[in-house]
Each structure stands twice: as C-alpha cells, then as structure tokens.
Design a protein around this ligand. Sequence first.
Ligand code: DQA
Length: 145
Amino acid sequence: MKILLVNGPNLKALGTREPAIYGHETLDQIVSRVKAAAAAKGVALDAVQSDIEGELVAVINAARGVYDGIVINPAAYTHTSVALRDAIAASGVTTVEVHLSNTHKREGFRHASLTAPVCVGQVMGFGGAGYLLALDGLLDVLKTK
Ligand code: DQA
C-alpha cells in the first residue's frame, strides 16, 4: 500500500505562520508523525509540498497507478482551484482532504471547498492530528475497496 501526502501553498511556513490558527507544529513535524503512523501500519508514505498550483496538478496526475490513496491539504487552493479539483477527479486516486483549522469558523470565502466534492471525505479543525485521522479514514476506505 502506497499513500501520497500532498501539502499546498504556505504550509511550509507552519510553526511560525499564524500560530493562533494553525498551531506551533512545523510541516516537517506533521509529516514525520504521519510517516511514523503509516509505517506502523506497514504503509509506505511519500510527502510533497508545493506553493505552485501547476506543480500540485502534475503531482496528482502522476499519482495515478502509483499510489493507492492521497491525503491532501490544498490550503488556499481549496477555495479557488478548479484545476486541482479536476486533477483529483481525473487521477481516480481515492483522496481525503484535510485542514488544520475549522474553515467554517473563519472568513466566508473559506467556507466553500472546490476540492471536497471529489474527495471521499474531509477532516478539519484538529490541527496536525487531523492528518492522522485523515490517514486512518483513507486506509479504512481502501481496505473495503
Ligand atoms: C488551511 C485552510 C485554508 O483556508 C488556508 O488557506 C490554508 C490552510 C488549513 O489547513 O486550515 O492555507 O487549508
């Protein structure tokens, strides 16, 4: 079983970026936690981060036939990117969306997700722990496929 963890724009700044909203954990710490949790279940996990929409589209398209599932935090592109949504749909790879913050408690423009409708599920509001919940949910869905 191979899982791809994808993080979108500005998430490299986690740890110092608006800690009252996103917490103090760095992206490296989150990725290490998710990798350890995956390894404990015998699952291989690769992680990528990009600020560039086209790179994220390419990574998702390339995941087809290589990865069994994707956990993605599309960050700001969640609310704007038809291209990311189309890439997830086109790849056919089972995908779970995750957000550190509860976007429904925030500005109105963060309430809509263009990507969630092409994902099997969405986890939000649990900080870095949400990534572990997303991985668990994804593995459970893949088990029954
Ligand atoms: C985020 C929420 C988005 O609205 C925001 O643009 C981000 C991070 C989250 O994880 O809470 O960059 O995806």
